[in-house]
Design a protein around this ligand. Structure first.
Ligand code: SF4
Length: 298
């Protein structure tokens, strides 16, 4: 849950998730939609899918016993070298280096690494982070390094003036404040209606993989999209609804809602039919912005 997500955000989800899936077995036997429903709103949904897959693998291969060695951990989906090492450090007290985004940034700044190629960079960072490992208290050290990266040596505007490493750090940081770059994007949300109900489609990839929602299409591609997705003769009515804005990651999206009533659903795949309110109440996992769209449709 903590991959690319702050602790304060995860805290709202972790307890509920653990209550619903207290064991590896309970997670393994759940269906994917239930797992995603309990992850709903946390983002990066691929993590939930990978966690669920890993629980199944651990049940089948290890009879439900969580692996305590690198070779087994690295075969689990979504587990790379740094995650495997982090599990071994925090779960089993092994003396290993981790290289998550926070640790990477701290080491890069302290040694002022800019010019190496990406591969050499990665190698250098692993060597440095292994050299820095302390003899004792590996868990405290690892946690402290990650916390240092997320609270002091932050991605944007690190607090160098209050940093204890200021004197040895080689980072030449411009005093100008860096602002997060937000991109403006315009999209049309295609909402298909059938017999007074709505069709939501499962995302097979992307940011909302596994969740249900509507198609977001570039304004100039709406016609082509409709031609490919539904036969034009199946369109009964088409109506422009309100426009609304959301910010997802670094994108500010202006979304026009286009409601299209269709006469058949035969040619469509991977969808569920829901009423205006049912996506808000039932067990179907949907992104928050889809809930907002349903509120607009009322
Ligand atoms: S001095 Fe600034 S850039 Fe260097 S480690 Fe400290 S916070 Fe990070």
């Amino acid at each position: 849950m903590l991959q690319q997500t702050q602790v304060k955000t995860v805290l709202r989800y972790y307890s509920k998730f653990i209550q619903r899936f207290p064991t590896i077995e309970s997670l393994a036997i759940a269906n994917q939609e239930t797992v995603l429903k309990h992850w709903e709103g946390l983002g990066f949904y691929k993590r939930a899918i990978n966690l669920h897959d890993s629980a199944k693998v651990i049940m089948q291969r290890n009879s439900g016993v969580f692996p305590n060695n690198f070779n087994d951990l690295i075969t689990l989906k979504g587990v790379g070298k740094s995650t495997a090492n982090a599990i071994l450090v925090f779960g089993f007290g092994k003396k290993l280096a981790i290289l998550d985004a926070n640790v990477k940034r701290v080491i890069k700044r302290i040694f002022n690494i800019k010019s190496l190629s990406r591969r050499d960079n990665e190698k250098f960072l692993w060597v440095q982070s292994e050299k820095l490992l302390p003899e004792f208290k590996i868990k405290d050290y690892t946690q402290a390094l990650m916390d240092f990266g997320s609270t002091i040596c932050k991605p944007i505007n690190p607090i160098c003036t209050k940093c204890d490493l200021n004197k040895l750090c080689k980072y030449t940081f411009s005093s100008n404040k860096i602002k997060k770059v937000i991109k403006n994007v315009n999209k049309v949300c295609i909402i298909l209606k059938y017999k007074k109900k709505y069709l939501v489609f499962k995302n097979n990839d992307g940011l909302f993989v596994g969740l249900y929602g509507f198609d977001l299409v570039d304004k100039n591609k709406v016609e082509l999209f409709l031609k490919n997705k539904i036969k034009i003769e199946n369109i009964l009515t088409s109506e422009n609804k309100n426009t609304f804005c959301i910010t997802i990651s670094n994108k500010k999206m202006t979304i026009d809602l286009l409601v299209i009533e269709i006469s058949k659903t035969n040619d469509l795949e991977n969808f569920k039919i829901v009423s205006e309110t049912s996506t808000l109440d039932n067990n179907l996992p949907v992104p928050n912005f889809v809930k907002k769209i349903f509120e607009k449709l009322h």
